[in-house]
Design a binder for this molecule. Structure first.
Ligand SMILES: CC(C)(COP(=O)([O-])OP(=O)(O)OC[C@H]1O[C@@H](n2cnc3c(N)ncnc32)[C@H](O)[C@@H]1OP(=O)(O)O)[C@@H](O)C(=O)NCCC(=O)NCCSC(=O)C[N+](C)(C)C
Length: 496
């Protein structure tokens, strides 16, 4: 298994900065070289967006954030790192020069990926001493959220390099897709280029404006593509008769004048101005940062939906997220943490994300229950009830919950939870959880809950094993000395 322990980003613009954020959020220290005078500020802003997005994306325990180390030269940046990602402007001579310089200073076993959107890896590696470890690792913006990396080897790239790259990106939550042969623009940008050419013609010929074109995409096939791509979608379009039927139905259109994309539109000043003006009107005054935030919220929402799909197993980018979270839990969540049972256990830290807010402008009901569930999961991990335990056939199930809402939680508000065990025996854990505002410590909501230890296959409660009870005991003993929380034992209808 290839794991990146330290990375270098050469070029820290929109793509390089987002690569740096992706690495740092996976706990990897990143050396950065970018001569731009504002590189630190730009990367700081990308990182802020990335942290906000991850705050919404996952409750799994991220490793401590990797450090950014700003370096004065390529040579300094690439020494002693496992992965170097080149993201300098898209000019062959410049990229080739930078990659050759990286090659001269990097460890011979370090992997060197280029973010190029279309240049051939064979051209980029032409002057390298160790070209066998160089390849294209073409990501999609925002790199910290979108998982895809197109991995493309050149004539001199070793097959082993591509295999190592595929393993390494999986560890940071990405999906490495190996492109079988190198061609300009690879697969993703080939497709986008075709669409882009058509789009330019449609605007040029006044068939529609930029907003109409975007609406056509985002209310229809754009949504399909995020979850099934092109061919699987068309397979469904073929109905029971499947793909061959679809091809027979729509094959004849290939001969009709349905596309102009092989003709290249003249992107002259007038067309540039036309698109610029229509795009300004479409943005309706929203800044790029605002649009980035909306984009990130939407992408997170799509990934959450895909994670819940396919009967809870996850689908596409959502399945990838679920698998990544499993690994995070296995690494960070299952380790027995030190805790102090002389008070309620502080277990979960989070921020109210946009998908949690309802039409009243505050956190909606079921998200409270989600947070209470995440808190009881954290308690369970402390007592050894982790993924492996559940896979082996036993678990704890919640059988009763009483929630009180005492204050509001607004978008972006930082929250934490505390849990107090009220009573326990061989089968039961009776506990009380508070959701606090992180700024004031005020209690926003409480839940009193009962969990039963179960044999999952039998669907029956059974006593927990001695090792689980032994881990629960010090917590229960410590909490037995605490006052019964105000609100425990309440029922609906009582006067407050
Ligand atoms: C399987 C199940 C949990 C229990 O079914 P059972 O074996 O038939 O259990 P009994 O009803 O016989 O109860 C066993 C003992 O526990 C006592 N009990 C039951 N409910 C309560 C309660 N609310 N408060 C106090 N004590 C209770 C009962 O009296 C029995 O005591 P004995 O001394 O006689 O042994 C079954 O109920 C089930 O499957 N329920 C559905 C569970 C579920 O799906 N919950 C939602 C999942 S959410 C979740 O679990 C979140 N998370 C923990 C994973 C975060």
């Amino acid at each position: 298994m290839t794991t990146i322990t330290k990375a270098a980003c050469i070029g820290g613009g929109v793509i390089g900065g987002a690569w740096a954020a992706r690495f740092a959020l996976a706990g990897i220290d990143v050396n950065i070289f970018d001569p731009h005078p504002e590189a630190e500020r730009i990367i700081g802003e990308v990182m802020a967006n990335a942290e906000r997005a991850y705050g919404m994306l996952t409750m799994a325990p991220l490793p401590p954030r990797g450090k950014f180390i700003f370096c004065k030269s390529i040579e300094e940046a690439v020494q002693d790192v496992d992965w170097i990602q080149e993201s300098v402007p898209e000019r062959l001579a410049l990229k080739r020069g930078v990659i050759t310089e990286i090659d001269a200073a990097a460890r011979p076993d370090a992997l060197i990926g280029s973010s190029t959107s279309g240049l051939l890896p064979s051209d980029l590696q032409a002057e390298m001493k160790h070209p066998e470890r160089m390849f294209v690792a073409h990501p999609y913006n925002p790199v910290y959220l979108l998982p895809l990396v197109e991995l493309v080897g050149g004539k001199k790239t070793a097959p082993e390099t591509i295999k190592r790259a595929e393993e390494a990106v999986a560890e940071i939550g990405m999906k490495g897709v190996v492109i079988a042969k190198e061609i300009e623009a690879f697969v993703g940008d080939r497709l986008l280029e075709a669409l882009w050419r058509e789009a330019l013609w449609l605007i040029q010929d006044d068939i529609c404006d930029t907003e109409t074109l975007d609406n056509v995409m985002r209310y229809s096939f754009g949504m399909r593509w995020a979850q099934m791509g092109l061919f699987e979608t068309y397979r469904i379009a073929g109905g029971e008769a499947g793909m061959r039927h679809f091809l027979a139905q729509f094959g004849p259109c290939l001969k009709w004048p349905w596309t102009k994309f092989t003709d290249v539109v003249d992107l002259d000043d007038a067309l540039v101005e036309k698109i610029g003006a229509q795009s300004d009107a479409q943005a309706a005054g929203r800044s790029i940062r605002e649009l980035e935030r909306i984009r990130d919220e939407n992408l997170v929402g799509i990934m959450h939906a895909l994670k819940a799909s396919n009967g809870g197993e996850g689908w596409g980018a959502g399945k990838l997220l679920a698998d990544f979270e499993k690994r995070l839990w296995a690494k960070g969540g299952n380790q027995s943490k030190s805790y102090n049972a002389s008070g309620p256990l502080r277990l979960v830290e989070t921020k109210v994300n946009a998908a949690w807010v309802d039409y009243n402008g505050h956190m909606t009901e079921h998200r409270y229950l989600q947070l209470f569930g995440d808190t009881s999961d954290a308690l369970l991990r402390l007592i050894g009830v982790d993924f492996a335990y559940v896979e082996a056939g036993h678990s704890y199930y919640t059988v009763e919950t009483h929630i009180r809402h005492l204050g509001e939680a607004k978008l972006g508000q930082a929250l934490y939870t505390t849990l107090q065990v009220l009573a326990s025996d061989q089968k039961r854990i009776h506990f009380f959880t508070r959701i606090h505002d992180a700024g004031s410590d005020d209690v926003i909501a409480t839940a009193e809950q009962m969990m039963l230890h179960v044999d999952a296959e039998a669907g029956k409660s059974v006593p927990a094993p001695a090792e689980v009870l032994a881990k629960l005991k010090p917590i229960a003993d410590g909490h037995a000395k605490l006052n019964v929380p105000e609100g425990a034992g309440r029922h609906v209808g009582q006067k407050r």
